[in-house]
Write a protein that binds this ligand. Structure first.
Ligand SMILES: *Cc1c(COP(=O)(O)O)cnc(C)c1O
Length: 397
C-alpha cells in the first residue's frame, strides 16, 4: 500500500515529472495544510491514529508503518531521484541493512571495495554470520565485475564516488551487467546526491542515501532513505521497514525536509568551493596526491564528467605518512576534525583511524586508504578562509 501525505498536493505531484529539480526540492510531497494554511508540513508527533470504525481510517494506522511528516520526506526525495517509491530509515546504515535483507542465505553480493566503513562492517561482522557472502572488489574495473559473478550472485552494490578515495564506477556498465545476469543493482548515492547524479536514470534498481550528509546538510540529524521504481521491491522493503522498525522519527524527517529545500544551491556552492580547494592542494609540495573527480588528473575524470552534473564537495589528499596527517589534523582551526560530511561547515577526517577503522589494514591498503590520507568535506564558508586554514596547518607539518 502506498501512503498519501495529507500535505501532498495532487496537482503538483502529478506534475513532478515536469517540474525542475529546484522546484521539486521545495514542493514535492508537500502542500500548505488544507485546514490551517500552514505553509510548512508540521511535525506529526503521534504514535497512533484514530479509526472511525473497524477497517475505516485515513491511511495512517501506527507511526512505525507510516507518519505524514515522514511520508512527505519519502515522496520528496523519491521525486528528486526520479523514483516512484521512497522509504525513510533511522540512519543510512538501517537503510543499507534493509536492502541486504532482500537476500537469502548463501546469496552472493559483489560490492565496491572502498564502500563506507560502516557498510563494510555490517557486511563482514554482522551479515556474514547469516550466511550472506560479500565479495569486495574494484567495481571501477568492469571486466573484474563480470568475472566475479557466480551462480549464487544476486546483487551488485556500488558506491560512486567512493568514500574516501573518490573512485567512480560506471553506472551504465553496471546496469548492463546486472540486467544481463538478473542481479539487483544498488547504488549508494550519498556523496553525489540526486542533484549531481541520478542512478535510477541509468537503470539502477535501488538507490540508497544517508540523509545525515548532504540531503539534510546541516549536521543535526541522522537518517537513511531507499528509492526504487520497482513496485515489488518497494513492497518488500516497506514490509522489512515496518517489521524491523528502523524508522525515521517525525522530527528528524521534518529537519531533513527543511534541509533538502536548499540542496541545489548548497551542492552548487560545495562544488564551486571544492574545485578551488582541490586546485590549490594540487600545487602544494607537501601534498602527495589529491583525489577529486573534478581534476583532469583524476583517473576517471572523463567518466565523472559524463555521469555527474558537477563533482561535489568531497576531496581526499595524501600527506605521505600517519605522523604528518596527525600533525596536520591537530593544527587545523576552521576545519573541524570530525566524522561525517555534507554539512554547511567544513569537516576534516582521517579515514584510516576514523570512518574506516573497522576495515582491516590489508583490505584498507588494497583499497588505497593510506595512513597519510585526509578526507575533506568542503563546506560553504568563504573558500579563502578554508584555504587559509589548510595553508597554516600545512606550514606546520
Ligand atoms: C554516512 C554514510 C553511510 C551511513 O549513514 P548513517 O546515516 O551514518 O548511518 C552510508 N554510506 C555513505 C556513503 C555514507 O557516507
Amino acid at each position: 500500500m502506498e501512503f498519501r501525505s495529507n500535505f501532498e498536493n495532487p496537482k503538483l505531484t502529478n506534475k513532478n515529472q515536469y517540474m525542475k529539480f529546484s522546484t521539486k526540492a521545495i514542493h514535492a510531497g508537500q502542500q500548505p495544510c488544507p485546514t490551517t494554511g500552514a505553509v510548512m508540513t508540521p511535525v506529526y508527533l503521534t504514535s497512533t491514529y484514530v479509526q472511525e470504525e473497524i477497517g475505516k481510517h485515513k491511511g495512517y494506522v501506527y507511526s512505525r508503518i507510516a507518519n505524514p511528516t515522514r511520508t512527505a520526506l519519502e515522496q520528496n526525495i523519491a521525486a528528486l531521484e526520479n523514483g516512484k517509491h521512497g522509504i525513510a530509515f533511522g540512519s543510512g546504515m538501517a537503510a543499507v541493512d534493509a536492502i541486504f535483507r532482500l537476500l537469502k542465505p548463501c546469496d552472493h553480493v559483489i560490492i565496491s571495495h572502498n564502500v563506507y566503513g560502516g557498510t563494510y562492517r555490517l557486511a563482514k561482522q554482522v551479515l556474514e554470520d547469516y550466511r550472506l557472502q560479500f565479495e569486495f572488489i574494484d567495481t571501477t574495473n568492469i571486466k573484474l565485475v563480470e568475472q566475479t559473478i557466480r551462480q549464487e550472485t544476486r546483487m551488485i552494490f556500488v558506491e560512486t564516488p567512493t568514500n574516501p578515495t573518490m573512485e567512480i564506477t560506471d553506472l551504465k556498465a553496471i546496469v548492463k551487467i546486472a540486467k544481463g545476469n538478473r542481479l539487483i543493482s544498488v547504488c549508494d548515492n550519498t556523496f553525489a546526491t540526486p542533484y549531481l547524479q541520478q542512478p535510477l536514470e541509468y537503470g539502477i534498481d535501488i538507490v540508497v542515501h544517508s540523509l545525515t550528509k548532504y540531503l539534510n546538510g546541516h549536521s543535526d540529524m541522522l537518517g537513511g532513505l531507499v528509492v526504487t521504481n520497482d513496485m515489488k521491491t518497494a513492497e518488500r522493503l516497506r514490509f522489512i521497514h515496518k517489521s524491523t522498525g528502523g524508522i525515521l522519527s517525525p522530527f528528524d524527517a521534518w529537519l531533513c525536509l527543511r534541509g533538502v529545500k536548499t540542496l541545489p544551491i548548497r551542492m552548487e556552492q560545495h562544488s564551486t568551493n571544492a574545485i578551488q580547494v582541490a586546485r590549490w592542494l594540487l600545487k602544494q609540495r607537501k601534498v602527495k596526491r589529491v583525489l577529486y573527480p573534478g581534476l583532469p588528473s583524476h583517473p576517471q575524470h572523463k567518466l565523472a564528467k559524463k555521469q555527474m552534473k558537477k563533482f561535489g564537495g568531497m576531496i581526499s589528499f595524501d600527506l605521505g605518512s600517519f605522523e604528518k596527517a596527525k600533525k596536520f589534523l591537530k593544527k587545523v582551526q576552521l576545519c573541524a576534525l570530525a566524522e561525517s560530511l555534507g554539512g554547511v561547515e567544513t569537516l576534516i577526517s582521517h579515514p584510516a583511524t576514523m570512518t574506516h577503522a573497522s576495515v582491516p589494514k590489508d583490505q584498507r591498503e588494497k583499497s588505497k586508504v593510506t595512513e597519510g590520507l585526509v578526507r575533506l568535506s568542503v563546506g560553504l564558508e568563504n573558500v579563502d578562509d578554508i584555504i587559509k586554514d589548510l595553508q597554516q596547518a600545512l606550514k606546520n607539518i
